[in-house]
Design a protein. Structure first.
Length: 222
């Protein structure tokens, strides 16, 4: 089973891998914060990530996080990736895994001659692209989690308040990173996938029975 130390090790190794590929141009290595006697958080600092949930324009959220260096990885196109995990007695109780694409992606698209020589930029040069943030949340608290209405593990797309697509379990760092690279940097993924380590998913299924009648995301065990 995963614990804070395993997650920290996996995050550090994945960060090292992404640096070697050249897909990110800035990074913060995470560490463990002891929140209480039996609670630990794997994070990059004392960030108030509740800004994600406030009714403010996405551009403001993005630049607030950029100013505070609120990311594990900043990609070459300005997108930020942030991962936080909280454990209590070696059991996961919370995670927030976020992808913040640059709201100014148009700048890269309008200056495409700078990037055309490198195929890893192929995906971001498409003029049809609309930047959409997404977030995988895990909240294993009885007072919050409710079948269908608020799945324990869920995906939110585009900052929609009530968008909670059920996810079969908590999401480990390796699968989240692969999901982002494969789907948003597809050309680069095929070039560098062998350089990015993969790990077994050790999180147990957390879905309610009622949610299996809905469209949901399944997290593979690897």
């Amino acid at each position: 089973m995963f614990d804070a130390n395993k997650i920290l090790l996996q995050l550090n190794e994945l960060t090292t891998d992404l640096i070697k590929t050249g897909l990110c141009d800035d990074q913060n290595f995470p560490y463990i914060v002891q929140l209480s006697e039996d609670r630990k958080k794997v994070c990059i600092g004392d960030l108030n990530t509740n800004i994600f949930l406030k009714n403010v324009p996405y551009r403001d959220v993005y630049y607030e996080m950029l100013k505070k260096r609120g990311y594990n990885l900043k990609m070459l196109d300005g997108a930020m990736i942030l991962l936080e995990y909280t454990f209590q007695k070696e059991k996961i109780i919370h995670h927030r895994l976020s992808f913040f694409p640059s709201p100014d992606l148009l700048e890269y698209q309008q200056n495409e001659e700078i990037y055309l020589e490198d195929e890893i930029y192929a995906d971001i040069l498409n003029k049809q692209i609309v930047t959409v943030p997404l977030r995988f949340d895990y909240e294993n608290k009885e007072e919050i989690a409710k079948p269908i209405e608020h799945p324990v593990s869920h995906l939110t797309i585009g900052q929609y308040e009530n968008c909670r697509i059920p996810v079969s379990s908590a999401v480990p760092p390796s699968l989240f990173i692969e999901f982002i690279i494969r789907n948003f940097y597809h050309t680069a993924y095929h070039k560098y996938c062998n350089m990015i380590r993969k790990f077994k998913n050790e999180f147990a299924e957390s879905m309610y029975k009622e949610e299996k009648s809905l469209v949901y995301m399944g997290i593979p065990p690897y």
